[in-house]
Design a protein around this ligand. Sequence first.
Ligand code: ADP
Length: 560
Amino acid sequence: MSTQPQQFSPVTSDFAPAITGSTPAAEDGFQAALAEWRAVLGPQHVLTDQATLDDYARSTLPRGTRPRAVLRPASTDEVSRVAAIANQYRVPIYPISCGKNWGYGDRCAPTDGQVIVELSRMNRILEVNTELAYAVVEPGVTQGQLYDFLQQHNIPLWIDPTGAGPTASILGNTVERGYGITPYGDHFAQIAGMEVVLPTGEVVQTGFGHYGNAKAWRVFPRGIGPYLDGLFTQSNFGIVTSIGVWLMPASPHVELCLFSADQDQAVDELVERVRWLLLHRVLVGAVNLMHRNRILTVLRQYPWELMGGRTPMSEEVAQQLARQRQIGTWNGVAALYGTRRQVAAARAEIRRVLKASVDRLAFVSEGKLRLARRIPWLVKLVTGMDVGQLLAAVEPALGIVKGKPNAVSLNTCWWRSKRQPANALPDPHDHCCGVIWFSPVIPMTAGHLREFRRLAEPIMAKYRFECCITLTAVNPRAFDCTLPVLYDADDPEEAQRAAACHQELLSACAAAGYLPYRVDIHSMPLVTSPSSSFGMLCRRLKSALDPNRVLAPGRYVIKP
Ligand code: ADP
């Protein structure tokens, strides 16, 4: 039988996703399942009160979904029993780790009425191997927790933090195939064995793990025979209850390379040169290229006063704000790792390659930052920059590339909010932040970037949103572009416009071949269209593993 190559069929309504989950279980079955879950977990870990359900329905997207209950198991055995009960009574369940999935769905399932299985109580660091540089963690282990553990025990290993902040889990991001910007930035590539609970309750280990006595499980993740780890990422085939992740050995010396270009078209040449540096391994970690607008969203909220309440931000105001902070139109950041001599050699090569295409190029080490703190007037004299401003911008970035998570990137969520931003560790929900991520993968050439911008920028302008592009080199050949649609969640009209804008971006870019690496809960139909052979294979796998379709219906693999 021949099948059509997959075509993207746009979802027609802004708010009504074209997803059909499994039909919610009949009330009797649901009540029976609740009773059994209470017996297994204890009643305090089976939550059905309205306040909890309201809380879990909150979303940074224009629309969340409402769960039917929230379960909080504390061990693999409990997860297995939760799944078996769900399967017996045909009650859809949706696993999350810590639920910091901002801008992609937060703690919400793709459809209403699923039972959230939150794994944040499973927060044990099961192993840290200092010689072989890996850790094994449960789903509730956060980035901050693993970082603190390594620090407290003086273990010279670094995690690869994402921008989701210290309270986000390691495992949740990895099963979504997220990324950071250290040389260990492609999180899927660092997976070292998984333990998975299948929808029917069986527990399996991937790779060599199922042999029980395998010595190389965590250092040779593919094992022998079919390599299954990919099946349990971006899918609804299993609940991952622990994961091995490779960690980066602390580098003897680290420097940040910061560069910027004032002319918009300079980005074309920068892309070509950055690719050369990555392909030739002068740069070993990711490079971030950020448009001015994106940096402004991190540094401040929307200039409502300067704009007299109008949107989007005008070019004049954007330029004025960028000038005040010495931000170029395109700004790059990369990290250099190695011994001092290796870093010095890379620095010289980067200077040679980038010099002609940038207006500013600087290398910042911790030593230089210490000096800046001690002699601020000298820094002001040499760079013209206020030291406070410099440190505020550079210190978190230097922290991130050395494995220290922070919540600075989350500031972006506050951009259009008219409320005061929170201090400490912010929860975007508490401040009515609105964000929908659009994350297409762009081949790393100037031509592809131009083509992508030609599509995306007019759509953002049409819906009165700023185009806030970051390009992250996830490998030497591809950028993951993150382009958030940022809106004021207190303003229903703006929220509706944001949803429509995101939908049009997704449709137009997918039609042109620029597909996202990951999607939010309302955009899942993009992934496995019924007509493609890929979609049909996914559904056959789903039917085999989850005959009653109880696990995360609508997540990536859509119902046949
Ligand atoms: P984080 O804790 O890092 O914020 P989330 O818990 O929000 O991450 O996870 C992101 C998404 O990944 C969830 O919405 C869910 O669909 C999926 N996911 C998270 N944890 C698991 C897990 N243990 N097993 C299977 N899928 C998971």
